[in-house]
Design a protein around this ligand. Structure first.
Ligand SMILES: *Cc1c(COP(=O)(O)O)cnc(C)c1O
Length: 428
């Protein structure tokens, strides 16, 4: 990316918005109000905003249900029986996958458990799991209980990677050397694609290659990477992955997740799994016979019949992603987050009050910046909120801000910077 000559002026921010080819997508979203004004919403890393189109997508399915009843399962082009197919092209594009490698289903934590049934098969020699230290709590509970489920001790089986002394992020070389060190005892690497706390985007390709070189599987939790970072799961040979749709994918609180399973495993009925009827051969499903025959590809990991209302809200958002295009989104995202980083440096700069712990290089981060605040703490954060800035506070002193390229503007970032400047004067 060419270096941009960022400036702390409203004129500059307005010029950037005028030149932004996807600026108008902002109008497709509903913004919450804070203290009577439209929020500066930097919390898409936690819950993405509602696309205005969601209502009509839901209404359509409610009408189909009202008008067709059970016949909705097989009626016309919206037949619920095949509903998941519609979401596949967008999911494949966002994940860098083939359509048969992805499917929308369940929720994230449930999916990771289901995937581990297939991909975490510890033996007395090969049983360890490598995870990024300080992973999201749900992921830690999942790994801990999976390990115990196999009669093993989490303290021995789970290897948590932590940054070097005095550093905030993991170095790829250290991740790789740890994988090599555990070698034959390593069953699986199961890391975040993008770390929720630090905002670090891991080198998924390198990590996967290292895991494979010692005979281990590589799986990723893409909760914070999906719809945020450019992903090429197929080409990177990732074994499996899962994500949620309610963060950067704007599909609504707790909405449907999805899984990726590499095509190497597309026709592997021998892989153990906890099955349900929706993963069973579609042509034979309604024969209602016993004897599970998994479908080809990721579909063979489905368990229950598709949640149609959830999928409808998801589809509204996926259609927006398809229209905007991941490459446009990513190009804008680098500039927008670059602008935020620049303004924070300008304002806090020499005072050292704010320290950005997220990597500086655009290809090592998504849109989120994580800050350590060394003076003023929560009072500064609360002051931002009183001026309409919705960010995210983590004890003891971390602030996460995620300007998202679909609905945030350069003017949002500029306005935030003005608020930041004032609140540091008052509270830090
Ligand atoms: C958001 C998030 C989750 C949430 O899991 P759910 O099953 O959707 O509740 C799990 N893991 C990570 C890394 C997350 O960021």
């Amino acid at each position: 990316m060419t270096q941009i000559d960022y400036q702390f002026t409203e004129e500059f921010a307005r010029k950037m918005d005028a030149e932004d080819p996807i600026n108008s997508f902002r109008d497709r979203f509903l913004f919450p109000e804070v203290n009577g004004g439209k929020a500066i919403y930097f919390c898409g890393n936690s819950l993405g905003l509602q696309p205005k189109s969601v209502k009509s997508y839901l209404e359509k399915e409610l009408n189909n249900w009202a008008n067709l009843g059970v016949d909705g399962h097989f009626h016309g082009e919206d037949a619920w029986y095949h509903a998941r197919q519609k979401s596949k092209p967008a999911l494949a594009q966002i994940m860098g996958a083939h359509t048969h490698e992805v499917v929308a289903m369940n929720n994230l934590s449930s999916n990771l458990h289901f995937l581990m049934v297939s991909f975490y098969r510890p033996t007395s020699e090969r049983f360890k799991i490598i995870v990024d230290g300080g992973a999201f709590p749900s992921d830690m509970y999942m790994l801990e209980t999976q390990v115990k489920f196999h009669g093993l001790n989490p303290d021995e089986a789970i290897v948590e990677l932590i940054p070097r002394d005095g550093e905030h992020i993991l170095r790829t070389e250290d991740i790789i050397s740890e994988i090599i060190k555990h070698g034959d005892s390593l069953a699986m690497v199961n890391m975040a694609g993008l770390q929720y706390y630090t905002g670090q985007l891991f080198d998924i390709r390198e990590i996967t290659a290292a895991a494979h070189s010692v005979g281990a599987y590589a799986g990723f939790d893409l909760a914070h990477a999906a719809g945020n970072a450019v992903l090429k799961l197929h080409d990177w040979e990732v074994d499996f992955a899962t994500w949620c749709s309610y963060k950067y994918m704007n599909s609504g609180p707790g909405n449907i997740s999805g899984v990726f399973v590499h095509e190497r495993f597309a026709d592997r009925p021998d892989l153990p799994r906890f099955a349900g009827w929706w993963g069973h051969d579609e042509g034979q499903r309604f024969l209602m016979e016993k004897g599970f025959v998994p479908m080809h590809g990721a579909d063979g990991w489905q368990v229950s019949n598709t949640n149609i209302l959830a999928l409808a809200a998801h589809q509204a958002s996926l259609d927006i992603f398809m229209e905007a295009g991941m490459s446009n989104l990513r190009a804008k995202s680098e500039k927008l987050t670059g602008y935020l980083a620049y303004l924070i440096e300008q304002i806090s700069g020499k005072s050292g009050i704010l320290e950005i712990i997220t990597p500086k290089k655009p290809d090592e981060r998504g849109c989120q910046l994580s800050l350590h605040i060394h003076r003023g703490g929560k009072a500064v954060f609360d002051d931002w909120y009183s001026h309409g800035v919705v960010g995210d506070w983590r004890n003891p002193n971390v602030i996460r801000l995620a300007p998202t390229p679909l609905y945030n503007s350069f003017l949002d970032v500029f306005r935030f910077a003005q608020i930041l400047e004032q609140s540091l004067k008052k509270f830090a």
